[in-house]
Design a protein around this ligand. Structure first.
Ligand code: GLN
Ligand code: ZN
Length: 768
């Protein structure tokens, strides 16, 4: 019999109950007992869902009040010293984990929060384990064992999930140690604690433990590969069965290593890497279970059960009862329940809804698929299969998806369309003549404070309490206010402030055809923060101009060159659920063409400076370096396609906010933006080394004002930063600007900070 299971379930709750409860706890509105009760209730409900769907195991250990990687840090006692008296404290309590995550909690002394970063290539952020030489570890949390008791108490057959030791280390970072200290040296200290955990679980009657090791789909240094052998030779002796879970890609050169590790089962991702199934089958020892991740855990499309049944028939034949089925990865990365998207206020129409499956629906898909493969399908399974086939057939044929005009335009696009008319050295003087900017021109990244008033107005509009006219009038008023304040501050290239935008991707998604929005499709991004990604379901077109009237209005209020503001094609793609019926590159090019029209419309409306933000360019990098070039080629090309329709005299800006450029500097230069503004203030301009070494040819605005803190930067400090920039980049190519948009800041901070920034530019002009 084929077993059906999942690697993990979303924990936020269909109504974001977890978000509401944790935030209430942080604010002091509820106590810890109430928070724990909400956690228990959510777990009980999610286990019940899994049980009711007919999964053979329910999965315990995927719950976290903040983050599952942080949970393992707590389990191992890996708490940085600023939060605790000693290495490996006896108990890491809930508030300590909250302090690690956010710097403060209802109890305990505040301290600088741990770094947070994206989990592999997802939009989920985890807390980076901080590791130092000689660090000690010990079993410091009872939480996992308590949850196992809870699940057993509810009568479930369970499997426990836990991040594996090597992936946990892989996700960590070395902090203050010898220069050549490697966190891998800590493996020997960690393994005994993992051994203890497994023994405790065995003592609780747990049969299977799933150790998540997605690091195995990345390029691993030789020492790490060897460490996998050492670690699993040791853990393989544990008195439980181990399922080694890999996902987000192919095992590739780690396939033989992985398949050979002495564990009882292996999970592979057969959605991202369907081609690896045969190779794994050929190499899998005959004592091992193979869990095939056949349902997409990263996307929201309904599975093609008929196709999967056929594709998996060989695996079933070769493995017999050793075949398990699951989603490709934890369902943490998809929204909770499509059933919520019906009734009054629904934003997804029935046809579109029929093409989708959220976490709850994916449980049914796994269960039905397992029974279909075994030829023990119930009438319900057969009906699910028929409905899926019908919906998918309709999707394939739908005129809402395939638009001949889009295909024709894409086919007619030439390489020349992605190139500006002239090279930068010819464009620059033309732009200088038109824009008449001083040396060290000052600008901002786009957004100004999203005040409570702005948000309240938007809420009122969405709730139907005020008319579109009234809403737009308020936004125009806000724009006028923002433009006037920038004039008073003396900024050289003002912006309109983005008051009318709720979110930099949603705003464009709502105006493009081929993109839909769910009403409750929330996905955890970090901690209590959730995002509701747009759903790109069809060919993309732009029925009407999206930003032109706002920019035009803003320009009418000033003689300075107003900067138009757009979100780039790669970022729109990266922060959405993307259709799975064509390459991502094609979808990205479609978005690029829609944006290209917006860019040329802005130009025609007299906007001389246009910024196309690409903060997500870097995070789109594939997990394997060997795949980087292909991605960068199409991503860069999409950006250029969106930008290159303008005349030489129109200045294209782009903006990126992350602090690693070294390995992609060639691609950044290839974007050929006239000006790039980047985040640098926290790195003391060291980041510019990459630009200097590469002899980056165009203009750069290295951020001098860290907008992530409420601190107001002093004039001298910003001048000093710019002097460091001047060691690397000539004055003629430098701009003065903040690190990122100001939407999360208040006017009380922004006003003095920008006053100082403009003053810093004046000091620099006098000096150079
Ligand atoms: N233009 C956007 C803003 O200023 C850019 C945001 C970003 O880079 N994440 O808000
Ligand atoms: Zn930014």
């Amino acid at each position: 019999m084929t077993l059906a299971h999942i690697l993990g379930y979303p924990r936020i709750g269909a109504d974001r109950e977890l978000k509401k409860a944790t935030e209430a706890y942080w604010k002091g509105d509820i106590d810890q007992a109430a928070l724990e009760a909400e956690g228990r209730a959510l777990r009980a409900r999610h286990w019940q869902d899994q049980q009711a769907a007919g999964l053979d195991f329910i999965t315990v250990g995927d719950f976290a009040f903040y983050d599952q990687v942080l949970n393992v840090s707590a389990l191992l006692g890996a708490v940085p010293r600023r939060f605790t008296e000693q290495d490996a404290p006896a108990v890491v309590d809930l508030d300590t984990t909250f302090r690690m995550a956010r710097g403060r909690a209802p109890t305990g002394t505040p301290a600088a929060a741990c770094e947070m970063t994206k989990y592999f290539d997802t939009n989920y952020h985890y807390l980076v384990p901080e590791l130092h030489e000689g660090q000690r570890f010990r079993l410091s949390s009872e939480r996992l064992f308590d949850e196992v008791e809870e699940a057993k108490g509810a009568g479930h057959r369970i499997k426990v999930t836990l991040t594996g030791p090597l992936t946990w280390l892989w996700l960590g970072k070395e902090k203050d140690g010898r220069e050549d200290f490697s966190r891998l040296e800590l493996l020997d200290a960690i393994l005994p604690v993992y051994g203890q955990v497994l023994a405790r679980l065995a003592g609780q009657g747990v049969e299977w433990v799933q150790l998540d090791e997605p690091a195995l789909v990345q390029d691993l240094p030789q020492a790490w590969k060897e460490a996998y052998e050492t670690a699993y030779n040791q853990l393989g002796n544990a008195p439980v069965k181990l399922l080694l879970a890999t996902y987000f890609g192919a095992l590739g050169d780690n396939l033989r290593l992985t398949v050979g590790l002495p564990v009882d089962g292996l999970h592979i991702d057969a959605v991202r890497a369907p081609e690896q199934l045969t190779a794994v089958l050929d190499n899998l020892p005959s004592y091992k279970v193979l869990s095939v991740g056949a349902i997409d855990g990263r996307n929201i499309w309904r599975a093609d059960l008929a196709l999967l049944r056929e594709r998996l028939s060989e695996a079933r034949l070769r493995l017999g009862d050793r075949l398990w089925l699951a989603p490709s990865c934890s369902l943490l990365h998809v929204p909770v329940d499509l059933a919520r998207e019906v009734g009054e206020g629904a934003t997804l129409d029935p046809e579109l809804r029929g093409w989708l499956a959220f976490a709850r629906q994916k449980l049914d898909e796994v269960v039905s698929l397992a029974r279909l493969i075994d030829q023990r399908a119930t009438p319900e399974d057969r009906q699910r299969l028929a409905e899926a086939s019908e919906a998918l057939e309709a999707r394939r044929a739908s005129t809402r998806i395939h638009r001949p005009d889009v295909a024709a335009r894409l086919a007619a696009t030439t390489a020349a369309d992605a190139e500006r008319a002239s090279a930068y050295p010819e464009r620059a003087p033309k732009q200088a003549r038109r824009l008449q900017l001083p040396l060290f021109p000052t600008t901002t990244i786009g957004s100004f404070p999203q005040t409570g008033d702005i948000r309240a107005t938007r809420r009122a509009f969405k709730a139907g309490e005020i008319t579109l006219e009234a809403y737009e009038a308020c936004m125009r008023e806000e724009i006028a206010h923002v433009v006037a304040r920038q004039e008073a501050l003396g900024l050289d290239v003002p912006v309109h402030g983005e008051a009318e935008r709720n979110d930099m991707v949603e705003y464009f998604g709502e105006q493009l055809d081929g993109v839909a929005f769910s009403r409750f499709g929330w996905v955890q991004s970090y901690g209590s923060r959730c995002v509701k990604p747009p759903v790109i379901f069809g060919d993309i077109t732009r029925p009407a101009a999206m930003t032109v009237r706002w920019s035009e209005y803003a320009q009418s209020l000033t003689d300075k060159p107003m900067k138009g503001m757009l979100t780039g094609p790669v970022t729109i793609l990266q922060w959405s659920f993307v259709r799975d019926d064509q390459p991502r590159a094609t979808t990205c090019r479609q978005i690029a063409l829609a944006l290209r029209d917006e860019v040329t419309d802005l130009e025609a409306a007299g906007i001389a400076v246009i910024q196309i933000d690409e903060p997500a360019l870097r995070e789109g990098l594939p997990l394997r370096q060997g795949d980087w070039q292909d991605y960068l080629d199409w991503a860069v090309n999409a950006f250029k396609l969106s930008a290159a329709g303008v005349r030489d005299e129109t200045q294209i800006h782009t903006h990126m906010c992350y602090s690693e450029f070294n390995d992609i500097i060639g691609a950044i230069a290839a974007l050929d933006a006239d000006v790039i503004t980047i985040e640098t203030s926290r790195s003391d301009m060291e980041l510019l080394d990459a630009f200097q070494e590469f002899a980056y040819p165009n203009e750069i605005g290295p951020g001098v004002y860290d907008i992530h803190t409420p601190n107001i930067p002093e004039v001298d400090w910003m001048v000093a930063l710019m002097e460091k920039a001047l060691d690397r980049i000539p004055a003629q190519r430098l701009w003065v600007n903040p690190d990122c948009g100001l939407k999360t800041r208040g006017w009380a901070e922004v006003e003095p900070a920008l006053t100082h920034m403009v003053e810093a530019a004046r000091v620099l002009r006098r000096r150079h």
